[in-house]
Design a protein around this ligand. Structure first.
Ligand SMILES: [Mg+2]
Length: 169
């Protein structure tokens, strides 16, 4: 369902909240497992800046992820995110709760994802963005695919595109 760049930009103009997945979008999907049971993952500082630029431009950023992570919670709070739903496997109820809170419709929402749990949101939002290395089933439902892979600047790339479409780039 990939759209032309002009059609993507038309949709991007209306975006007031960007929803992000964590594993595979904010990270490269890898977990480093330590003997004590703890997990490490890496985030990209460029993506962090992309999130901040969106919020500075008045666009809300929300995170909905199936996995719990204390370290990620701290990172997201550090970035200033107000809508953080971790350990939330069913993404739609969280999506709808945030929509209600912000008083926005599907056309005002973008979602960035990388795999099949993102499809329920992809089929609802005005702008469905898949990272370059997303699962083919998720890619098939996306309106736009980033050049970058997850955890490697894909969020910054999407933020730049949305801000440019809104004349805020
Ligand atoms: Mg994911």
């Amino acid at each position: 369902m990939a759209l032309t760049l002009a059609a993507v930009k038309k949709r991007a103009k209306k975006i007031r909240c960007v929803f992000l997945d964590i594993d595979g979008v904010m990270t490269d999907c890898k977990l480093y497992l330590a003997a004590d049971g703890s997990e490490l993952k890496a985030v990209n500082v460029k993506d962090g800046l992309g999130i901040k630029l969106l919020m500075k431009a008045g666009i809300e950023v929300a995170v909905i992820s199936g996995r719990p992570s204390e370290a990620m919670q701290k990172r997201l709070e550090y970035l200033g995110l107000k809508h953080i739903y971790l350990n939330t496997e069913d993404k739609l109820p969280a999506y709808e709760a945030i929509q209600k809170k912000l008083g926005i419709k599907d056309e005002h929402c973008a979602h960035m994802g990388d795999d099949t749990p993102d499809i329920p949101l992809f089929t609802r939002v005005g702008l469905a963005i898949a990272v370059n290395d997303a699962h083919p089933k998720a890619l098939a439902k996306a309106h736009w695919k980033t050049r970058n892979i997850g955890g490697n600047g894909a969020i910054r790339e999407a933020a730049d595109m949305i801000l440019a479409a809104q004349g805020k780039g």
